[in-house]
Structure formats: structure tokens, C-alpha cells
Design a binder for this molecule. Structure first.
Ligand code: HPA
Length: 274
């Protein structure tokens, strides 16, 4: 079965349960899943009930799709995503992005936990991605191209919408916290980086490092969706501070930023008009 048929089966299964077609898809990163509980009039669909949908195995990721509204914006919120380090293929890691587009979403808001490489960041900072560097060694567009979904060679010169970043920065200012921009380097993981790798990433222009997001952003661009991506700096990257990185700390920082993060999404998402 080809990927389009699998996506269409998932779309058919979800569509029947939704009150309204989503305009914006939201992907919640490690420790940020609590936001799914904030939606009004929500319908929850566990991933197991959606055909071909990859299960979510990482700690800190719940594994459910929640559909509802933020203001009057119809949204789908994904609490839990499929990462390459779980053994998922790039196609599986981007399955949800394709489904959200086929359900009607014109835009996607992607959040993640990331290590801070830029020394002006500190733990708990939120950063709007302005670009990325794909160092995962794979690409979700490899293989036959479905011309109905997008072009063989998609442009990536504004992979992250400048207009959406402006909206997010203005909202953060109103809420009283900074929202700097940064370049995200994606590695396959699952180990955290070595200090030498972090020095290398800094030298090539990365401000943040993580293990997700880039496959979804590539596919969103392929399908003509606009992207806003927000990283939570859950820890400074390896070698920046004289301490080790552990996943519990990553999750804990995610929980600590919850109220700022929720306020930002609530302010920004209703303004994303495609
Ligand atoms: N490196 C890679 N991914 C991450 C990190 C990190 O330091 N923190 C949270 N996700």
C-alpha cells in the first residue's frame, strides 16, 4: 500500500469524529503535552484508533490526537510524535503532518524541547525557529514523489514563515517575555551530543539542537503549509555548563514553562490565517 492510501485511510477514520475541519495542526514536544488539556470542546482520539498512525513510545509523549478550538480557530493538537530514534522511518515520522494537511490544516505549529547552543539563551527560554540544518542523515521526501502533494524539489528558502514569527514575537512581547529567533540543527539521536559536536554545530550556525521537527517541517513545506516552530530550551547543550544532561531535566523544564507556553499558543494560534 502506498503512503497516500495509508494517509487517506487515517483521514477517513479521523474525519468522521471531528466537529470541524482543522485549520491549524499543533504538535507538542517533550514535556509540553499538557497543552492538549486546555482546548475547549475537545474530541480525543487515541493514536491506536487511527489506521497506520505510528504509536508514541517516548517518555513525555502521550499518544493522542485532540481536536477542538483555540479562540475560534479549529485545531488539531498532537500530544506525542514519532521520532526517528524510536526506529520509525522518515515516512512514519511525517505521517501525521500529511494527515493534518489532508484534513484541511493550512498551517502547522510545531513545538519541541531543544538544547541551547547559543550562549545568549538560558534554560527555560522559548525560541522561534527561523531556519534549520538537517543532519539526521535522512529525508522524508526520498522515494517516488506524489505530485498531487507537492513538487519533487520543494523550495525551503522560507521554511518557517517570517509573518508567523512576527505574530509570535509580538504576542510574547505583550505577554512580557522575549522570543528570540534561532536556527535548529536536527540530529537523529537518541544520545545527547558530545561537547565536540556542539562546538561543531555552533561553528556551522546552529543556535539549538534537537532530534525532531525537521522531517515534519520538510513535509509541511512540501505540501504548501505554513510553519511556526517554537523550541523550549530545556537544557543548555552538552559542554556549555559543567553538568550532564538527562531526560528527566528536559521533561521538568518543559513542565516549568507550561504557563508561558500555553499563553503564547493561545495568543498566537487564532491569528494564523494561512
Ligand atoms: N540535544 C538534543 N536534543 C535535545 C536536547 C539536547 O541537548 N535537549 C532536549 N532535546
Amino acid at each position: 500500500m502506498n503512503q497516500r492510501m495509508m494517509v487517506e485511510m487515517a483521514v477517513a477514520a479521523v474525519q468522521g469524529k471531528l466537529g470541524a475541519a482543522p485549520a491549524v495542526g499543533i504538535v507538542l514536544g517533550s514535556g509540553l503535552g499538557g497543552f492538549a488539556g486546555e482546548l475547549h470542546g475537545a474530541v480525543t482520539i487515541p493514536y491506536e484508533e487511527i489506521p497506520h498512525w505510528p504509536a508514541s513510545t517516548a517518555a513525555g509523549h502521550a499518544g493522542k490526537l485532540v481536536a477542538g478550538h483555540i479562540g475560534n480557530q479549529p485545531v488539531i493538537v498532537l500530544s506525542g510524535r514519532a521520532h526517528l530514534y524510536e526506529g520509525y522511518t522518515p515516512l512514519q515520522a511525517t505521517f501525521a503532518t500529511r494527515v493534518m494537511k489532508m484534513l484541511g490544516a493550512h498551517s502547522v505549529v510545531i513545538t519541541n524541547a531543544a538544547g541551547g547552543i547559543n550562549l545568549s539563551y538560558s534554560q527555560g527560554a522559548l525560541v522561534a525557529l527561523c531556519d534549520h540544518i538537517n543532519l539526521q542523515g535522512s529525508n522524508p521526501l526520498t522515494g517516488p514523489n506524489d505530485d498531487g502533494w507537492g513538487p519533487r524539489f520543494p523550495d525551503m528558502s522560507e521554511a518557517y514563515s517570517a509573518g508567523y514569527r512576527d505574530i509570535a514575537k509580538e504576542a510574547a512581547t505583550t505577554l512580557g517575555f522575549p522570543l528570540p529567533e534561532g536556527v535548529y540543527a536536527a540530529l537523529a539521536g537518541p544520545n545527547y551530543e558530545t561537547p565536540a559536536e556542539i562546538r561543531y554545530l555552533r561553528a556551522i550556525g546552529a543556535d539549538l539542537v534537537g532530534m525532531s521537527t525537521v522531517p515534519e517541517v520538510i513535509v509541511a513545506n512540501h505540501m504548501g503549509m505554513k510553519v511556526l516552530a517554537i523550541s523550549c530550551v530545556t537544557n543548555m547543550a552538552a559542554g556549555v555548563l559543567d553538568q550532564k544532561i538527562d531526560h528527566e531535566e528536559v521533561l521538568e523544564t518543559g513542565r516549568q514553562v507550561r504557563s508561558r507556553f500555553t499563553a503564547l499558543l493561545n495568543a498566537v494560534v487564532p491569528q494564523l490565517k494561512g
